[in-house]
Design a protein around this ligand. Structure first.
Ligand code: MLT
Length: 390
C-alpha cells in the first residue's frame, strides 16, 4: 500500500469547527428540550439578497435555452464577473487589476491551501497568533516551518528569513484591523526581504474604521509581493452557494524567471473546472444592478449584533478586543478559566455555543470567540441569559 503523507499525523485530531459541530450534536442529543443558541462558526443566517436570487433565476433561464446555454467555465471564472470585480472592488479604490490576475473559485479556504502547492516543502512561514486554523493546518500538511507573530501590532522584523507572511484583516478571530502605516511596514519588509504576503481580507466589507485598508493593494508596491484572498461568503451571504476570488498580481516574479500568476493559472487549469455558473451569475447580478444596499443591509444587521455583544461584555467589565470592524467578538474568559472550560461553562449554564480561543493557537488560550452572525433575536436572548450570571 502507498505510504501516506506523514505530515497528516502531525495535525490535531480534528479540525476546530468540526470538533465544535460534534460537541453541538452531542449537546442537542442529550438535551432535547433545551434551546441552544449557536454563536460559534461564522456562518450567515439571513436569506440571500434578492438580487442574488434574481441572478440565479436568470442563470437558470440562460441554461435552459440553446443560444444562451454554457458549459464548463474558464478555470479562473468568467470575464463577465471579473469585469465587475475590477470596477467595483478595485477601480473604485484607484487600484488597477487586470482580469488575468483574478482567479474566481469556490472558496478562499481552498485557494489559501492550494497556493502552497506552488512552493517547495520546508519553507518558513510567519503566522499571526491567534490565527485562523486553516493557515496552520495547510502548512503542517506541507511540512513547513511555522513562526508565530504574537504581537502583530508591534512590528518586529523576524530574526530568520520568512518566505511567506500570512495577514488576516479585519482579523479572524480577534476582529481587529491594521493601520495603513503598520501594514506598509509589513509590505516594505516583504519587498526588502524577498518575502511573499498572503493577505486574507474575507471580512473587508465589515470595516467601519477609516484608517485601515480594504485591499492590501492600497499600499504602494504591494502588487510586487502580495496575494489577496476575497470571499463572497460573508460579504454577500454566499456560504451555501460558494464563491470567492484570489488576486495573484503579474508583478510577482519567483526566482527571477517565472510569474506566480502563470503558475497559479497552471495549477487551476489542472485541478479545477472553474466556479459554478449559478454562483457567478448571482454575484454578477448584484454588481450589475447596483444592489449593494442589499448586501450592506445584511452586513449592518450582523454588525448590530456584534455591537450588542461588545457593549454587553464591556458593561460587565469583560475584556473584549473587538472594535466592531468584523462579525467577531473576542473576549477574555471569566475567572481566568481556560478556553475549553469556559466553552463548557457557556454551554451548560447558558446553552450558548461559542468557539474556544485556544482553537486559534497558543495566544488564544484563556479567550473565547462569539459571532454576530446569529439572528438578532438569538443574540438578544443570549445576552439576556448571560446578563443574569456572567
Ligand atoms: C469562522 O467561523 O472562523 C469561519 O466561518 C470559518 C471559515 O470561514 O472557514
Amino acid at each position: 500500500m502507498a505510504n501516506i503523507n506523514n505530515n497528516y499525523l502531525n495535525l490535531k485530531e480534528s479540525y476546530l469547527f468540526a470538533k465544535i459541530s460534534e460537541e453541538k450534536q452531542k449537546y442537542i442529543q442529550n438535551n432535547k428540550n433545551k434551546k441552544l443558541i449557536d454563536l460559534s462558526i461564522g456562518d450567515v443566517t439571513l436569506p440571500l439578497p434578492p438580487s442574488a436570487i434574481e441572478g440565479i433565476k436568470k442563470a437558470c433561464q440562460n441554461l435552459s435555452k440553446k443560444d444562451t446555454f454554457t458549459g464548463y467555465p474558464p478555470s479562473s471564472g468568467h470575464n463577465f464577473l471579473k469585469d465587475e470585480i475590477i470596477k467595483n472592488d478595485y477601480l473604485s479604490r484607484n487600484i488597477s487589476i487586470d482580469n488575468s490576475e483574478i482567479f474566481i473559485g469556490d472558496s478562499s479556504k481552498s485557494d489559501i491551501c492550494n497556493m502552497l502547492d506552488l512552493f517547495e516543502s520546508n519553507i518558513t512561514v510567519a503566522l499571526q497568533d491567534p490565527v485562523y486554523p486553516v493557515y496552520v493546518d495547510s502548512n503542517i500538511i506541507k511540512g513547513n516551518n511555522i513562526v508565530y507573530m504574537t504581537d502583530i501590532y508591534n512590528f518586529l522584523p523576524p530574526k530568520k528569513h520568512i518566505d511567506i507572511i500570512y495577514l488576516c484583516f479585519p482579523n479572524n478571530p480577534t476582529g481587529k484591523v491594521i493601520s495603513k502605516e503598520l501594514l506598509k511596514k509589513y509590505v516594505d519588509y516583504a519587498l526588502e526581504n524577498n518575502t511573499l504576503i498572503f493577505f486574507d481580507s474575507a471580512y473587508e466589507a465589515f470595516i467601519q474604521d477609516k484608517n485601515t485598508v480594504h485591499s492590501i493593494y492600497e499600499i504602494e508596491n504591494a502588487k510586487k509581493v502580495a496575494i489577496e484572498f476575497r470571499s463572497f461568503s460573508k460579504t454577500a451571504g454566499f456560504t451555501s452557494i460558494r464563491l470567492a476570488y484570489t488576486i495573484v498580481p503579474k508583478d510577482i516574479v519567483i526566482n527571477n524567471k517565472v510569474t506566480l500568476n502563470s503558475l497559479f493559472k497552471r495549477l487551476k487549469d489542472t485541478k479545477y473546472n472553474g466556479p459554478s455558473y449559478l454562483s457567478e451569475f448571482a454575484m454578477y447580478n448584484v454588481y450589475k444592478t447596483n444592489n449593494f444596499n442589499e448586501l450592506q443591509e445584511n452586513i449592518n444587521y450582523y454588525l448590530r449584533n456584534t455591537k450588542l455583544l461588545v457593549n454587553f461584555f464591556k458593561s460587565k467589565n469583560i475584556t473584549t478586543s473587538s472594535t466592531v470592524n468584523s462579525p467577531y467578538v473576542w473576549i477574555k474568559c471569566k475567572d481566568n478559566m481556560n478556553s475549553w472550560n469556559f466553552f463548557y461553562y457557556m454551554l451548560d449554564k447558558f446553552m450558548i455555543l461559542g468557539t474556544p480561543g485556544s482553537g486559534f493557537g497558543k495566544s488564544g488560550e484563556g479567550h473565547f470567540r462569539l459571532t454576530g452572525f446569529g439572528t438578532y433575536e438569538d443574540t438578544k436572548e443570549a445576552i439576556e441569559r448571560m446578563s443574569k450570571e456572567l
